[in-house]
Design a binder for this molecule. Structure first.
Ligand code: SF4
Length: 258
């Protein structure tokens, strides 16, 4: 699942900038640590900071390894080790706030960083093979996919949808029936986490805007998750949509050994 709505050249350029920012962020963290440690007089404090520093350097080494794997993912569909996904998630947690800050300083759209993270995450999932039962797959959808004029309450039970065809809820129910997957509406990150905790799925397919997808990937730990960006013809959070073929591809990837 490539980044949508941007040209190939722009795509490559933005990925390059992204990687530079990521590395710059890690270098800044290292320099700050070095400055702190160089200015500490107290021996006990020096020892403590030294241990923290070594731990951080070890962490940075792992993150750099993650970056190398992710560069491989960005360039080609190499058989990148499974550990790549774990490292990507780790780099997401550690470097993401700094990346957003640098991104803002440079005046780039926040979603560009998010889109790349999402693409990397999805690629790392698509290079793995899965054979998961349908009822162990959870599809989390945002409430804004439902038309605002629809009177049927689908937040607690998606089965209340009358399948009028005016939004994609009906199509998602068809996928649920075809593959036996779970489909739940999550009205926020906390509810999404609760649903995951209750259902204990073996794989998750999340549909949302870039910001919520990143937040969800951050919360989900090691669980394999494919993130699908929603379509927003009327702007954010209202009457959104999703490419059902993308959802179908994601389900099939988790279901079958190919
Ligand atoms: S498909 Fe129709 S009935 Fe179902 S949620 Fe969408 S608008 Fe409502």
């Amino acid at each position: 699942m490539e980044i949508k709505n941007i040209s190939k050249a722009e795509n490559i350029y933005k990925k390059f900038i992204f990687l530079l920012l990521l590395m710059f962020g890690l270098i800044v963290i290292s320099i700050i640590c070095l400055i702190i440690i160089a200015n500490v007089q107290n021996e006990y404090l020096f020892g403590t900071i030294f241990v923290i520093m070594i731990t951080m350097l070890f962490g940075i080494g792992i993150l750099l390894l993650g970056i190398i794997f992710n560069v491989m993912l960005l360039r080609h569909d190499y058989p990148v080790p499974k550990i790549s996904r774990g490292l990507l998630r780790l780099s997401l947690k550690v470097a993401y706030p700094g990346l957003l800050f640098l991104n803002k300083l440079l005046g780039y759209d926040k979603d560009f960083i998010r889109k790349i993270f999402i693409e990397l995450n999805n690629k790392s999932i698509f290079i793995d093979k899965y054979s998961i039962e349908g009822n162990d797959i959870l599809i989390l959808i945002p409430h804004c996919i439902q038309k605002t004029f629809c009177p049927h309450r689908i937040t607690t039970n998606i089965g209340n949808c009358k399948r009028c065809g005016k939004c994609k809820i009906g199509d998602l129910i068809k996928l649920k029936e075809e593959f036996g997957v779970n489909v739940r509406v999550a009205t926020g990150g906390t509810l999404a986490q609760k649903i995951v905790k209750d259902l204990k799925p073996k794989a998750v397919i999340g549909i949302a805007c870039e910001r919520d997808l990143i937040s969800g990937l951050n919360d989900i730990g090691d669980l394999p998750a494919i993130a699908i960006t929603n379509i927003r013809p009327e702007g954010p959070c209202v009457n959104t949509s999703v490419d059902i073929d993308e959802v179908r591809t994601a389900i099939k990837h988790f279901l079958y050994e190919e």
